[in-house]
Ligand binder design. Structure first.
Ligand code: FAD
Length: 409
């Protein structure tokens, strides 16, 4: 519901209320962002830092859906090189840990100081019987500079057990506390975040679209649809579903909560090109820690399983990989969630970000949380061309959104 302009913000007053209570004209933002996950938040921060007026409209809580359901790993691409060679996907991610580290140190494009790094690096380990394959694999020249062997003597929990038979490597890829990341991105731009349950698109001049919100027509220089799986519906509403077809790749993740679980952030190498298991650890004060399990377990075969079957397979996996950890007091659950991306002819993950624009309407998917800065680069470059003179800060009507919660909360 629309409300009056919020007081206390400097700059041009864009939103007025007539004596009769009717909403008068609201000036349009330079950039209108539809979405509320990492893609939308990162782009909003970049646009505001560059001096543009910008408004983010989200349908659900900030941070949902994929962003807060993600494992929070800032990949450098090794996960996509497990077939033994560097790929387009692994190369696209190569620079991302450095770029995010700059942001975390306060010297990057966005100041993310204070966002907790939950793991400074990942572990890569081989399951039983695959040690020889792992050793041969990482001896390859292209990959050897990106992983470091980890000695048994310094093996972290849960690998510091005499029954562990595999080999261990460390990857220079870290993990972030995603709820804290979302809060940190949103806080400085809180006045530019609003909810929008219903939006109406109007085709105006050729290739120019206006958006009706709060009883007003907004005519931004650029409308960026960054709504994850919501993009398909937005493009249909806007009358251009062909701008960028979308694909959904489902996952069936597993959460296991147990007392005294040690921290584990890592990738288990299996027999194929995809990791057998990807494990991250999530802690909420006053509760037992949670291991969040993805990888091959959560892909097609896992998606076909019922929740009970998926839990049964996950139990067997963890009992096989870590028989020395007690699982009798563990509590198990699963999460079904789709990855939403630009459609790829092969049905595989696109190797990098996708951004397509026609007139003043664009659509984008970051493909990975870690790649959100690259998507924002593409959008900001186009915004600079479409809107050479940024407008002053505006005050928006409407209600601020709530925050979504992470699956382990
Ligand atoms: C289980 C899982 C684990 C993952 N792990 C990792 C990882 O470790 N590292 C990594 O780099 N990537 C990971 N990813 C990928 C990553 O999470 C996504 O690429 C990224 O979060 C997508 O962000 P997004 O902003 O595009 O979409 P989302 O986070 O899904 O956000 C979409 C937003 O759009 C809003 N919305 C929807 N419809 C509308 C509408 N009509 N109008 C307005 N707003 C709308 C929603 O409310 C939501 O806020 C993982 C993904 C999954 C599913």
């Amino acid at each position: 519901m629309c409300s009056h302009a919020r007081p206390g913000r400097r700059g041009r007053q864009f939103f007025n209320v007539n004596p009769g209570g009717e909403h008068a004209a609201m000036a349009s933002p330079d950039l209108l962002i539809l979405g509320g996950g990492i893609a939308a938040l990162w782009t909003l921060r970049r646009a505001r830092d560059a001096g543009y007026s910008a408004l983010l409209l989200t349908r659900e809580g900030i941070g949902g859906r994929q962003t807060l359901a993600s494992q929070g790993v800032i990949h450098g691409g090794m996960k996509y090189a497990l077939a033994g060679a560097l790929t387009d996907a692994s190369e696209a991610l190569r620079d991302m840990p450095r770029r995010w580290r700059s942001a975390l140190a306060g010297s990057g494009e966005i100041d993310l100081r204070g966002v907790p790094v939950t793991a400074p690096r990942q572990v890569l380990w081989s399951g039983p019987g695959l040690a020889a394959r792992a050793t041969a694999f990482f001896a390859g020249k292209a990959l050897s500079s990106r992983v470091a062997p980890q000695s048994r003597a310094e093996a972290p929990a849960p690998f510091n057990h005499p029954d562990f038979q595999g080999v261990l490597y460390t990857l220079d890829e870290f993990a972030l506390d995603t709820p804290a990341l979302v809060q940190a991105l949103a806080a400085p731009v809180a006045e530019d975040l609003r909810t929008a349950q219903t939006l109406t698109f109007h085709a105006e001049a050729e290739e120019t679209v206006a958006v009706e919100w709060c009883g007003q027509r907004l005519r931004p220089a650029l409308i960026a649809c960054l709504a994850g799986e919501g993009n398909a519906g937005l493009l249909t509403q806007a009358g251009c579903p062909d701008l960028a077809p979308m694909q959904r790749r489902p996952l069936h993740q597993v959460l296991v909560q147990a007392p005294d679980l040690p921290d584990l952030f890592g990738v288990c190498l299996g027999g194929g090109p995809k990791p057998r298991l990807v494990v991250t650890t999530h802690r909420v004060p006053g509760r037992d820690p949670v291991w969040y399990l993805g990888g091959e377990l959560a892909e097609a075969a896992g998606v076909a399983r019922s929740e009970a079957e998926q839990i049964s397979v996950a139990r067997q996996e963890l009992a096989a990989l870590f028989p020395w950890l007690g699982w009798s007091r563990a509590h198990w659950s699963t999460l079904r969630i789709d990855r939403a991306e630009a459609a790829d002819r092969s049905g595989d993950r696109p190797s990098g970000v996708t951004w397509r624009r026609r007139g003043n309407l664009g659509v984008g998917w970051p493909t990975k949380l870690a790649l959100a800065p690259c998507l924002a680069d593409d959008i900001l470059a186009e915004l600079a061309a479409l809107c050479p003179r940024p407008s002053p800060t505006a005050v928006w009507p409407g209600e601020p959104p709530t925050f979504a919660t992470a699956p382990w909360s």
